[in-house]
Design a protein around this ligand. Structure first.
Ligand SMILES: Cc1cc2nc3c(=O)[nH]c(=O)nc-3n(C[C@H](O)[C@H](O)[C@H](O)COP(=O)(O)OP(=O)(O)OC[C@H]3O[C@@H](n4cnc5c(N)ncnc54)[C@H](O)[C@@H]3O)c2cc1C
Length: 428
């Protein structure tokens, strides 16, 4: 018994090896935040051989900016370096405008999400590239490492417990703590919940599919009115919604069309049929014409039903791995950065692997209710956007969107971080 305590004491003074699996926004921000604790030896593992340009343009709302401040000022600097002002001037207030795009109320403004001065947009991949260039030493990032399984070996009398990650290239790694930030199809999620758990796999209850295209900004300027370039405007129709966003420092325009396959009369055929969108308001048809210019990238959108817990032992999940959400409220990346913020603050106080359970519990208790409510709010937004003409109640839409927007954006991140640290301190 005495020997075991002594060996625990010895272990507590060496660095804790920490694996972060998946170099998306969640994993990259988390690796930056955790690395500030000199007792944590943090390594980031990414399945692809490089960052590539995968994914879409993002507009990060105020809660994401508040969370960046908590993780590290460097993240915000990089975000400013890589992103593009949506307005011509930094002082100009902007929001994502939700506008009716069809029927008798076409052109009616329903809501403004994430109103802020100097709003910016960025391509997901450019932001991650910037974070890797500016904030993480190269020897801490391992590309071409697709994790295929994770297991936790229990502590025995002589062997300390460890987490073993196996990668597709046949190598394995042993860690004290592992964070799964591998996105919506997370292996870590299946380990934490059990592969048969009803919430283990992502779902698409409303049949959403996204079509995305990038066009040169000149093409967008020729096709769209100036206010559509300077504002982020989302047009709602019974089939789904469509918007455009400047990315790549304003050189490129990203068009995303979100279609509810379950509401199409020809829903048995997959793919995009521009003619079904042709009856909507002129800005919708102009955006559709840009979408058709190049071959379209398309994917089914998925989110998660609620997980009962975000960790098991010393393995936790964050970002889309924990609470994937559809883009209807534009807050998935913001939620990933909020996760990184809370973990950064709590893990700043971790000095031994015997404190990891308390740290992950505090993270789970603070982040799970909020992130899951954001998933629910987002699903509801999607259903509101795609209401049939006769279902639309403009005032009710406005109220629901105002309440949802307030919940996601007007969060006191500092209070959330302090609550998590307090929970952790009480538990150790
Ligand atoms: C069209 C669209 C528009 C959006 N717009 C917004 C917006 O405006 N604002 C906003 O806040 N959010 C937005 N989102 C949501 C946002 O993009 C995501 O919530 C966010 O990027 C999730 O980040 P993540 O790091 O958790 O996951 P991901 O971005 O999915 O990153 C996961 C990473 O893990 C890697 N990986 C996967 N499996 C493995 C494995 N087995 N081993 C190792 N690595 C692995 C992947 O290659 C990837 O690099 C949007 C999403 C979409 C689809």
């Amino acid at each position: 018994m005495i020997q075991t305590n002594m060996s625990k004491e010895k272990v507590s003074h060496r660095k804790l090896s920490v694996a972060v699996i998946g170099a998306g926004i969640a994993g990259t921000c988390l690796a930056i935040g955790l690395s500030q604790n000199p007792l944590l030896d943090v390594h980031l593992y990414e399945a692809y051989p490089n960052v590539g340009v995968r994914g879409a343009g993002l507009a990060l709302h105020g809660n994401a900016i508040k969370a960046m401040d908590i993780v590290s000022p460097e993240i915000k600097q990089t975000y400013f370096r890589k992103s593009h002002f949506m307005a011509n001037e930094e002082e100009m207030e902007m929001a994502t405008q939700i506008v009716v795009g069809s029927g008798q109320h076409a052109g009616t403004l329903i809501a403004e999400l994430g109103r802020a001065k100097g709003r910016r947009s960025v391509h997901r991949a450019h932001f991650i590239q910037g974070l890797l260039e500016d904030c993480i030493p190269k020897d801490r990032v391992h590309f071409g490492k697709r994790m295929v399984s994770v297991e936790e070996m229990e502590e025995t009398g002589v062997t300390p417990s460890k987490i073993i990650a196996t990668f597709a290239d046949g190598t394995t790694g042993e860690f004290d703590v592992l964070f799964g930030s591998e996105g919506v199809k997370s292996t870590t999620r299946k380990f934490i919940l059990g592969a048969d758990h009803p919430a283990a796999d992502a779902v698409n209850h409303d049949g959403w599919r996204c079509f995305n295209n990038l066009v040169p900004m000149e093409d967008a300027k020729n096709a769209l009115p100036a206010e559509s370039i300077e504002e982020v405007r989302m047009f709602c129709t019974p089939l789904g919604y469509i918007n455009g966003l400047p990315v790549d420092l304003g050189q490129t325009y990203s068009i995303s069309c979100y279609q509810r396959d379950d509401k199409r009369s020809n829903s048995d055929t997959s793919g995009f049929d521009a003619s079904t969108w042709g009856t909507f308001c002129p800005e919708v048809t102009s955006l559709i014409s840009l979408l058709e210019k190049e071959p379209k990238e398309s994917w089914k959108m998925q989110d998660h039903d609620h997980a009962p817990v975000y960790y098991r032992g010393r393995v936790a999940m964050i970002g889309d791995a924990a609470h994937a959400t559809a883009p209807h409220a534009g807050n998935g990346a913001a939620q990933a950065i909020e996760d990184a913020a809370i973990l950064t603050r709590v893990f700043a106080h971790v000095t031994s692997k015997y404190q990891v359970d308390a740290a992950l519990k505090a993270f789970d208790q603070v982040r799970r209710p909020r992130s899951q409510k954001v998933v629910d709010i987002t699903r509801n937004f999607g259903r509101l956007y795609s209401q049939d003409e006769e279902e639309r109640d403009i005032e009710s839409m406005r109220r629901q969107m105002r309440e949802g927007g307030m919940y996601t954006n007007a969060v006191d991140m500092e209070a959330q971080a302090q609550a998590a640290v307090l929970m952790f301190m009480k538990a150790i």
